[in-house]
Design a protein around this ligand. Structure first.
Ligand code: MRU
Length: 348
């Protein structure tokens, strides 16, 4: 399967990871333009996460890890303490970019711990270790997504149709995605699987990204507006729902893109299995229930003048939560790299 990588570490020379820089695919411009941001600048990396040039919980985590690695690399001529200070500053700063996807904080903590636990002999050696750690975060994410795909594909029969919400595909991870990974694996196994993609108001990740990457991969995909999902289910067009997650609480409640909770209620009403697919790095054992998951609120303009045209009166009051929490009782199963779990008995 070949999709564009949402974020990667590009070494200046093929034989050594340091020096190198981040290459971020600007997803705000998809599907019409393919533009990459090449940077090591902390503000540019923060901004890329904030405005969703790179988005999707696992890809945000990989970007954050690489951002910290870039900060370490910039200090590599200094002492070990200089590099550790740079890591702490970068981790504190990048943590303020978006609140809901726990993979961001998971990756920042991992980089911070690696910096402080290292017995590297110099600033240069420590910076190299941290760049390798960030690359490992990327590679492990790819392996987890592949495993999620294999577990999920076992639930798909030849001819099945999946409904998905937002984009939890290759563009949201290091490859394969989470919710879309079973579709890609099933395709590799020779099963014919079709997808209905909710467009996902207000930022249209479903319309702009999910349809695009599935079409690139040759998967049969049909775009619907979010408010069509009930009718499409009632018409018997959907066999199974697969969605991703930004943070899963210890009791199995799962936060994902706004609208997911509604899809789960619809699936329940129509007797359609509803699965959440995510790597274990998306499980937050510190959040006992979904009520403890912070929900990002975004700017009103994303609703009132998304993509440049005003579609609501000036000064209208707007409420714009970017995520919602699906209660565990609406979730048939949570699929991680370890297998299919009952939402009430997650590997914590
Ligand atoms: O605001 P976004 O586009 O970052 O939201 C993305 C989602 O909600 C995804 O479903 C989730 O991060 C899982 S990505 C594998």
């Amino acid at each position: 399967m070949k999709t564009l990588k949402p974020v990667d570490w590009i070494p200046a020379q093929a034989d050594d990871a340091v020096p190198g820089h981040l290459r971020i695919l600007d997803q705000t411009l998809l599907p019409s333009e393919t533009v990459f941001i090449e940077t090591t600048d902390q503000e540019a990396i923060w901004h890329a996460i904030k405005i969703l040039q790179v988005r999707g919980a696992p890809a945000i985590g990989v970007t954050a890890a690489m951002g910290v690695a870039a900060a370490a690399q910039d200090q590599r001529a200094g002492t070990i303490e200089d590099v550790r200070d740079a890591v702490d500053r970068a981790a504190d700063y990048l943590a303020t970019s978006r609140p809901t996807a726990v993979n961001l904080f998971w990756a920042l903590d991992r980089m911070r711990r690696a910096a402080h636990a290292s017995s590297a002999a110099s600033g240069e050696a420590l910076a190299c270790e941290l760049v390798r750690e960030a690359i490992a975060v990327r590679d492990e994410d790819l392996a987890m997504c592949r495993a999620i795909g294999e577990h999920g594909a076992a639930l798909l029969k030849d001819g099945d149709t999946v409904l998905t919400h937002c984009n939890a595909g290759g563009l949201a991870t290091s490859g394969y995605g989470t919710a879309l990974a079973p579709v890609y694996v099933a395709q590799e196994e020779g099963k014919r699987v079709s997808v209905y993609a909710d467009e996902t108001r207000p930022l249209l990740q479903g319309a702009r990204l999910t349809t695009w990457e599935l079409m690139e991969a040759g998967v049969d995909v049909t775009l619907i507006c979010d408010n069509m999902a009930a009718q499409v289910m009632k018409e018997g067009r959907i066999d199974i729902v697969f969605v991703g997650a930004d943070r899963i609480a210890a009791n199995g409640d799962a936060a994902n893109k706004i609208g997911t909770y509604g899809v789960a209620l619809l699936a329940k009403a129509h007797g359609i299995p509803f699965y959440v697919l995510a790597p274990t790095s998306t499980i937050d054992p510190d959040a006992v229930t979904g009520a403890e998951i912070p929900i990002e609120e975004r700017g009103a303009e994303e609703i009132t003048e998304g993509f440049g045209r005003r579609t609501a009166p000036e000064a209208v009051k707007v409420y714009a939560p970017a995520f919602d929490v699906t209660p565990a009782e609406l979730i048939t199963g949570i699929i991680t790299e370890d297998g299919v779990h009952n939402p009430g008995s997650l590997p914590l």
